[in-house]
Ligand binder design. Structure first.
Ligand code: PMP
Length: 376
């Protein structure tokens, strides 16, 4: 036996994670470039200090106050009053997804998504011994409803994972696609619409929250990591039928949300207007980025998120490295030939544009299909 005695299927696997490099312009993990205001920082610090006075006690396992505040926040987008019994939260929506697969996936069950899709999903499936199936999106990254429904009929998934807006493409799903998949899956499974980037959607793009009352197998997940400028907080959440949140309680670790997390998240929610205040600016900056990329002769996927997938480059690695050489970190992800750029401040976007022009001039990078890599 080789040491350590790791599960056979985990041997040799590198832990997931984007490079965390200390460079001036960080556009690689879709963070909000704007930090909290001084008033918000002071409120969080005070709330955490108060919670610290009781750290000898376990936190509220039901995080009732936080669920109530999250329900009130979601009610704005949902067009109905969200009952706190519909809300669940964990340490980032990553943990929320893992809990969903722990409760609803498992041996003999299947999780389904459509590639390109969020790269962590297959890992949650692996870690919960859930079979992983990835259908395909069309060339323009849209989802063909008929094909998707046929794949559901063939694979009978117990969990369908639909990021909308999608990571890495930025594209959102029409309401009709979500409805069709909820109907196709029926009571045999859950349809999880991952709205991590929901607040950045363009006007006219609906949230799946509005569909919750009619579809009891629908789960909508959100996070405070992106629009809410709270990536360091680690707070993700979902809204779903109370029977679903009850089932998740069976698999969650006891007291999984620390008293400090609960206090900080509640304080941040009191500053929602302030924290979300830069969303419009970021959306405008995103739309300008898409237009600029297209002016350069590049393709840029329509984006409802705070990032843009662009390409295609004959050698995306060379572009990624060239940008990094100029202090601009983007993400090498998505289909071969494409790169993903998070939307930063106007100064950061100017730095990105300058660096990209420079790289494409100096490295003789062709715009167009990536050169086929020889596979050994
Ligand atoms: N879903 C999607 C689509 C994401 O892109 C991310 C973060 N990159 C997450 C979920 C997880 O975010 P967090 O755990 O920070 O809430």
């Amino acid at each position: 036996m080789t040491f350590p005695p790791l599960r056979e299927e985990l041997r040799g696997i590198e832990p997931y994670g984007a490079p965390q490099l200390d460079v001036p312009v960080q556009l690689n993990v879709n963070e909000n470039p704007y930090g909290p205001s001084a008033a918000c920082i002071a409120d969080i610090a005070e709330a955490v200090a108060q919670a610290a006075a009781d750290l000898n006690r376990y936190p509220d396992r039901e995080f009732t106050e936080l669920r109530t505040a999250l329900a009130a926040y979601l009610s704005r987008d949902a067009a109905f009053a969200v009952d706190p019994a519909r809300v669940w939260a964990a340490n980032g929506s990553n943990e929320v997804m893992l809990q969903l697969l722990q409760a609803f996936g498992g041996p003999g069950r299947t999780a389904l998504s459509f590639a390109p899709t969020y790269s962590m999903y297959p890992e949650y499936a692996r870690d919960t011994h859930t079979r992983w199936v990835a259908g395909r999106r069309a060339e323009d990254f849209a989802l063909d409803v008929e094909q998707a429904v046929a794949l559901v009929a063939a694979e009978r998934p117990s969990v369908v994972l639909l990021p909308s807006p999608n990571n890495p493409t930025g594209t959102a799903l029409p309401q009709s696609t979500v409805v069709a998949l909820c109907e196709a899956v029926g009571d045999d499974g859950l349809v999880v619409v991952d709205e991590a980037y929901g607040e950045f959607r363009r006007s006219g793009t609906p949230s799946a929250l509005a569909l919750l009352p009619e579809h009891r197998n629908l789960v909508v997940t959100r996070t405070m990591s992106k629009a809410f400028a709270g990536a360091g907080l680690r707070l993700g959440y979902l809204a779903a039928d109370p029977a679903i949140t009850a089932a998740i309680r069976v698999v969650r670790l006891p007291y999984h949300l620390s008293a400090l997390t609960q206090a900080a998240a509640l304080a941040a929610l009191r500053h929602a207007e302030d924290l979300l205040g830069k969303v419009d600016l970021l959306r405008a900056e995103r739309d300008a980025l898409v237009a600029w990329l297209r002016d350069q002769g590049l393709q840029a996927a329509d984006s409802d998120a705070n990032f843009v997938l662009c390409g295609t480059f004959s050698d995306r690695r060379a572009v990624w490295e060239g940008l990094l050489g100029q202090g601009v970190l983007v993400r090498e992800t998505g289909p071969e030939g494409w790169l993903r750029v998070s939307v930063g401040t106007p100064a950061e976007m100017a730095a990105f544009r300058d660096a990209l022009v420079h790289v494409m001039d100096s490295e003789n990078i062709r715009v167009g299909d990536p050169v086929e890599q020889e596979t050994a």
